[in-house]
Design a binder for this molecule. Sequence first.
Ligand code: CP
Ligand code: NVA
Length: 290
Amino acid sequence: MPRHFLTGTELTRDELLTLVDRAIELKADPLGSAALAGKSIGLIFQKPSTRTRLSFEAGVFELGGNPIILRPDEMQLSRGEPVRDTAYVLSRHVAAFGIRTHADALVEELAEHASVPVFNMLTAEHHPCQALADLMTLKETFGRLDGLVLTYVGDGNNVARSLALLGTRAGIEVRVAAPAGYQLEDGTGAQLFDDPTAAVAGANAVYTDVWVSMGDEETAAQRRAALASYRVDDALLDHAAPDAIALHDLPAHPGDEITAEVLYGARQRIWDQAENRRHAQKALLELLLR
Ligand code: CP
Ligand code: NVA
């Protein structure tokens, strides 16, 4: 059975912690691994991407492999070729493949039929590759993960869910502050709050994401109204720990979920976080293809 990475919870706690440390090693020595020499990796994007595409394509190259980017209009999948057949054919050509799409069920169906590892590059429900880079950024900043407090403020979406699932697995206390109707479900491990100020009290990191995710455009106006008091600004950060950092997976909308002062200010680690996508995903590919 190939190892898949669909929600991130396929990794044990030890594997997750080892992956984070390996990502930090790879950052210090970007060409130090040839784990993908002679191998191709498929990267299917059914939604837009800046960071995920850049970091996977550059990361596969640094590991000695060949990234193959596949857009929906280039694939017979978009003309009705069965998902099962697509998984069979991809498995005959590439050592692993990732997909960014809407439905988690599509990724699950691909994984069911693939004989190579399948990884999730963002779905409606999960963004586990982002959470790997987030954990790496926290470890780089604080030198530890166990016992840290991370508060996510805003829409209880794919990014929030993956942070909750993987953050708590790594020993972090994850809190999510969101209004009714936008909160995460129970069972992710996160502590759920309504009041952002109460949720950030003593936090080591304050994290936010877009209010309107890809696929949520039709409800943009309601979302912006409901989430208006869940903006990460300097006043909110003042309630966190004195050395707290601000995180955002990007793309950001300055003035909505985060102020420009925080996004470009001294307390953020957001641009390191964006870089760390590449290093964390290289460590993931090493693990999946071991
Ligand atoms: N954070 C993130 O996944 O960014 P992209 O949508 O640009 O890939
Ligand atoms: N929650 C956002 C993340 C973008 C990287 C979305 O799904 O669009």
